[in-house]
Design a protein around this ligand. Sequence first.
Ligand code: 2M8
Length: 443
Amino acid sequence: MIRSRLELRRAAAAVLAGNDAGGWTRPAPRLYPHQWSWDSAFAAIGWAHLDAGRALTELEHLFAAQWRTGLVPYLVYDPAVADDAYFPDSARWASHRAAAAPAGHATGGLGQPPVHAIALLRVWETGWASEREQLRERIRRLYPAVLAWHRYLATARDPQGSGLVTVYHPWESGADNSPRWDAPLAAVPIGDVAAFTRRDTQVIADADQRPSQIDYRRYVALLDAMRERCFDESAIAAEHPFAVKDVFFSAVFAAANEALLRLHDLLGGPAPDRLAISRWLDRSTAGLERAWDPVTGLCLDADLRTGSVLASQTFAGLAPLLVEGLDANLRHRLLATLQSVRFLSAPALCPGVLPTTSPDDPAFDPRRYWRGPTWPVITWLFWSALARTGQADLAEQLRAAALELVAAGGFAEYFDPRTGEPLGSADQSWTAAVVLDWLAAEA
Ligand code: 2M8
């Protein structure tokens, strides 16, 4: 048990320092030894409280591996790490087969939720007045790369102009093993996936906290299919066996466009950029509003391959709450679902703890990866949006409950929402990062 706030802050800073690979941060010491895209954006939010310059280095390192299409790869391999330290290794991805991949970097061929502009804005807000000019200059240099990332998502990942981003792999959603993907994943042909050895189940001995073997084979089949198509965007859009309009990813994208508009104004960016970002934002907001489902009281993902709506009850369905400009009626309805017995007031759960899957959903599994446990970073996204949209009390409830879990259980990757038991890897960077931000908000 970490008793004082000062002790908690010191311990969080020590986790980031311990995972610092020199300019970027490993998500966790053993389970995730390379650089992950959205983990680094969250790490930057934490670093901002220790050293704002270091926070920007994190994102500069990530964007150095950006593809020419604009894709920010979900994973940038550290060449100093042994091939067998993580599966898939860089050879499995073979990103050099992609015409758009940058020379000199081995990466994965997928994206992850685009929290980068949100993180950049937070770093800017957190920095000391004395370092403003320096920070502004470095943000100015990153801005075109972030804009290109958003342009890629708004175009290549939404050829339909629906306002919702298509993901081609559960790993892109960030919530890999969510029940949201059960139906579209079950339809993925496994065929003759070449043999592989998982590392995650060697690091986390308790297999009931990680995805099942059959799901993992499908993840690998999807990876292999993208590599075999040499990451050709149009072939993938037309034929890839997994293609889902992801409401969480799309809501993060809309919130990130709101942040990017602020950064644009801060930098005095070109007028046509402002127009483009506003257009993407309006389109996403409208797309999210169309995804509303009155039966579940949530906004739902849609499977492009079957045309069916995916009716899981998860945090993703509440994610339009991350968007400041959301329609007031929809906000009101989603807030009602969030506070209902299906989420924050579920009798079986610790009060104020946001589960990734509702206990009301038949797939709820309180200890398994993205199928029930609570993730502090997801809570951070809701906390920060609720605090900005007039829901200070609710935001505070989320923050206090999450901090209590960390104080009692340490900087775990995720927690059992019924008991608060820490699960997954220990010393997870993004958990430490959001704790630093929460403690600063309190101060
Ligand atoms: C988890 O995902 C990776 C694959 O990307 C894995 O399971 O090996 C997810 O929680 C993802 O959201 C996260 O970015 C990553 C590193 O923390 O781990």
